[in-house]
Design a protein around this ligand. Structure first.
Ligand code: SAH
Length: 225
């Protein structure tokens, strides 16, 4: 039986070997990744490998991102604790929990109701009360609640979705988003100053597609109701 202490040790090793040794330096990000129990966001059969250096399947053909990618994207947002953050692609809710630790308020959108529900339960059980999960097409953002100080997109987009760009805080708002083809993307950091958007392109990554109006077309046939 794997216990709390076992997972805590695994988490400490993950932070040291996968993050600190690979130059993740934001101490708030490192603290958050030490605190959040990643194993509680994945199917129980995968718990023994929760802290390994890889993404894992979480159901509905979706994945929980590799710890290093979660840390990198979080670090790029440079959160101080005062921000309102929009996340697109709740998935397991693990990245959502990290954002809850780092920001004031988190709004997360997931297209699969089933994943949104499970993520919501996991977050609630852990006591996060600064988060709201919405079911819908996150490629359109959430204009009612904009602007956002930070936006994190955890699914790959073919281009920068226009609504998300416009929902960034004009006063230095930041967005991290993987942009490219279905198979290959680069992580981009977008910063907004008024009507100017600065874009830095970094790390090569591979995310599941953002499916929606401003994302890729769905390859599955529509469900008949
Ligand atoms: N951050 C998540 C990663 C999940 S994978 C985690 O740590 O577990 C990406 C998620 O984006 C999937 O759950 C997928 O269903 C969701 N997704 C894809 N397109 C979307 C869209 N247009 N709106 C909302 N969610 C979307």
């Amino acid at each position: 039986m794997l216990d709390k202490l076992y997972f805590k040790k695994q988490r400490e090793a993950m932070v040291k070997q996968q993050l600190v040794d690979r130059h993740i330096t934001d101490t708030r990000v490192l603290q958050a990744m030490l605190r959040v129990p990643r194993h509680l966001f994945i199917p129980s059969s995968l718990r023994p490998i929760a802290y390994t250096d890889r993404p894992l399947m979480i159901g509905n053909g979706q994945t929980i991102s590799q710890p290093y990618v979660v840390a990198t994207m979080s670090q790029w947002l440079a959160l101080q604790g005062t921000e309102s953050v929009l996340e697109i692609g709740t998935g397991s809710g693990y990245q959502t929990a990290i954002l809850c630790e780092l920001a004031k308020r988190v709004i997360s959108i997931e297209r699969f109701a089933d994943l949104a529900r499970k993520a919501g339960h996991a977050l609630e059980r852990l006591g996060y009360d600064n988060v709201e999960i919405h079911v819908g097409d996150g490629s359109q953002g959430l204009s009612d609640m904009a602007p956002f100080d930070a936006i994190m997109v955890t699914a790959a987009a073919p281009a920068l979705p226009e609504p998300l760009r416009l929902q960034m805080n004009p006063n230095g708002g930041r967005m991290v988003i993987p942009i490219g083809t279905r198979n290959n993307q680069r992580l981009e950091l977008v910063t907004r100053f008024g009507a100017r958007w600065a874009i830095d392109s970094h790390l090569g990554v591979r995310f599941v597609p953002l499916v929606g109006q401003h994302g890729f077309a769905d390859t599955l046939p529509p469900v008949e109701t």
